[in-house]
Design a protein around this ligand. Structure first.
Ligand SMILES: [Zn+2]
Length: 387
């Protein structure tokens, strides 16, 4: 272990004996009292010294025996210590690939802020490299999500979509102007490759036969699917049939998209655990009997080539937020889109969350056992002149 005070957190002294690590209330820690000798000793925690050397230095500074260990325990307990050498073999491998790690340094720094154990940030960053995520939809939102995930170090990002790139699919970080007319899927996959800091890991050849869990192309099973339909109705009223395979296989999936100048991120569906697309549909129909009638009308008679009301500022914000929620989930957290949907409408653009309650009649089972009881929620207002 080579202890390092997390460099991502700015240090500020309130007074001679009280030090604050970090700026924002979400991640800042105040430590005190800290005596002057200990304060000077903190500068030695820069990841270049192991614990025995730190003990020697402390003795030289006149600090009592056992002081270093007690201080390290205290700092580690406060989540302030990273380990410049820990995290296991995958983390070591990543540290050796300096060009790859240089691309990911801000992402690693962010993970050191959001994790508490030493080297946990590096371990989680390295773990992303072995994960597989599928993005369904390669328009303004989906293609950007895919490239952001790749840029954040997710090793396998598969993009699924039909048709060819239209001029209005082009967006910064997503489909390129050169790709217009090319197959969406192929073009998006090229953007993913170009953005990724490293090539995807090759399947382990030491295994003689693929495990049942292996993906058909080799490599790991899907950790997450992001559903990013190009058609706004597909995000407003997600089709449960389109994710039946994911529900059956228990694969977590996150919705993201823009419908008529309203951006939506969520819900993150944990099949059988949180409200799913069908729960959303059933809940709406309970609250508004005209709902199915409207849905049928909205869904009919529109060409799939119909241009959507989806400005590039909003689509980029939605893609970025969705990718961040997806990454938080891949890193082992449950982001606030779990069982909820974040929405924002131009031009005010305030984000607010609406819960997606499990429905007691949904076969997904999330509504069983009284968990997440049905509670009336104000849905999007619309005139109910008919019905
Ligand atoms: Zn359900």
């Amino acid at each position: 272990m080579h202890p390092i005070l997390k460099p991502a957190l700015r240090r500020g002294w309130h007074d001679l004996n009280t030090v604050q690590f970090g700026v924002t209330p979400a991640h800042a820690v105040v430590l005190g009292p800290v005596d002057t000798a200990t304060g000077s000793f903190l500068t030695l925690l820069d990841g270049t010294r192991g614990v025995p050397l730190l003990r020697d230095e402390a003795r030289r500074m006149g600090l009592p025996d056992g002081h270093v260990d007690a201080l390290l325990d205290r700092l580690t307990g406060a989540g302030l210590i990273d380990d410049a050498t820990g995290g296991g073999p995958e983390a070591d491998a990543l540290r050796r690939r300096t060009a790859v790690l240089d691309r990911l340094r801000p992402d690693h720094a962010a993970l050191t802020v959001t994790t508490s154990e030493p080297a946990e940030g590096m371990r989680k960053l390295a773990a992303r490299h072995t994960m597989r995520v599928q993005v369904r939809g390669a328009g303004r939102v989906g293609a950007v999500i895919a490239s952001v995930l790749a840029a954040a170090g997710v090793g396998h990002v598969d993009v699924r979509d039909g048709g060819c790139v239209e001029p209005w699919d082009v967006a910064p970080g997503g489909q390129t102007t050169e790709a217009v007319g090319e197959r969406r899927e192929v073009a998006a996959q090229r953007v993913v490759r170009a953005t990724a800091p490293a090539r995807p890991p090759r399947p382990d050849r030491r295994r003689t036969a693929p495990r049942p869990a292996e993906h058909e192309q080799g490599g790991p099973q899907l950790s997450l699917v992001i559903v990013a339909p190009r058609d706004g109705l597909g995000i407003h009223s997600p089709d449960p049939v389109a994710v039946e395979d994911l529900m059956a296989a228990g694969i977590p999936h996150l919705y993201a998209g823009v419908v008529e100048a309203t951006g939506m991120v969520g819900p993150l569906v944990l099949p059988g655990g949180t409200g799913c697309a069908r729960c959303l549909l059933l809940g709406r129909a309970d609250r508004d009997p005209t709902w199915p009638r409207l849905l049928a009308q909205w869904g009919s008679g529109r060409s799939s080539r119909q241009v959507q009301a989806c400005d590039v500022g909003l689509s980029t914000a939605v893609a970025g937020l969705a990718a961040a929620h997806g990454l938080a989930f891949l890193d082992g957290e449950l982001p606030s889109s779990t069982g909820a949907r974040w929405e924002t409408s131009a031009p005010g653009l305030d984000w607010h969350a609406r819960p997606v309650w499990p429905h007691p009649e949904c076969p997904c089972g999330a509504g069983e056992g009284g968990y997440g009881k049905e509670t009336p929620v104000e849905e999007e207002p619309h005139d109910t002149m008919a019905g």
